[in-house]
Ligand binder design. Structure first.
Ligand code: 5GP
Ligand code: MG
Length: 177
């Protein structure tokens, strides 16, 4: 695989995201909602840069995958969501690809009557979007490749890589572990 973003670049990108988010919310209380499982590394790094009174919640989203890398039907689990009624919510996900996951999650979140919902993603794939919504905060724009590392997996592997790497053609479809 090829490194796309080094650990140092990621560090700087998360710094940038943190500053933008701090600037927007100021001292207003915020509930960060991380999307399991891909957002865990970003979540851990990002919350330590935030200065407002903060709560952290989690939701789970996954798309049934017909093949290893093509997403399908979205399933969501909100059992771990704290009470967000009347609170500002920032949804944090690893990557914005077609956008269907974030749109599905935002629609579902709205049912819990938050004061506001904004979205932050580490990565945004260029030219892939199939929805009208865009995340308010984007760490990095990347080309259309399948990426792993810094929370992102391929067959549940590689989440622990400190950098983000793009799988090469011959690596896709192989069983990892
Ligand atoms: P979307 O619904 O925006 O098409 O897809 C978003 C979800 O698909 C992400 O939360 C992520 O779980 C998964 N995904 C999309 N592209 C990639 C990728 O390049 N690598 C990995 N590991 N997951 C991806
Ligand atoms: Mg995901």
């Amino acid at each position: 695989m090829k490194t796309l973003l080094t650990a140092e670049q990621l560090h700087d990108g998360v710094d940038r995201l943190g500053k933008e988010i701090n600037k927007f919310y100021g001292d207003q209380p915020l509930t960060i909602v991380g999307v399991l499982t891909g957002s865990i590394v970003l979540l851990a790094d990002l919350i330590r840069r935030l200065t407002m009174p903060l709560r952290v919640g989690l939701v789970q989203a996954s798309s049934y995958r017909g093949t290893a890398i093509d997403p399908g039907q979205l399933t969501m689990n909100f059992d771990l969501l704290p009470d967000v009624k009347g609170r500002n919510v920032l949804l944090v996900d690893d990557i914005f690809d077609t956008g269907k996951t974030l749109v599905g999650l935002v629609d579902e979140l709205q049912k819990h009557q938050p004061a506001s919902v904004r979205c932050a993603v580490l990565l945004r794939k260029q030219g892939r979007q199939a929805v009208m919504k865009e995340p308010e905060y984007v760490g990095f724009e990347i080309p259309n490749a399948f990426v792993v590392g810094y929370g992102l997996d391929y067959q549940d592997a590689y989440r622990n890589l400190p950098h983000v790497a793009a799988l090469e053609e011959h690596e896709i479809g192989k069983t990892v572990h």
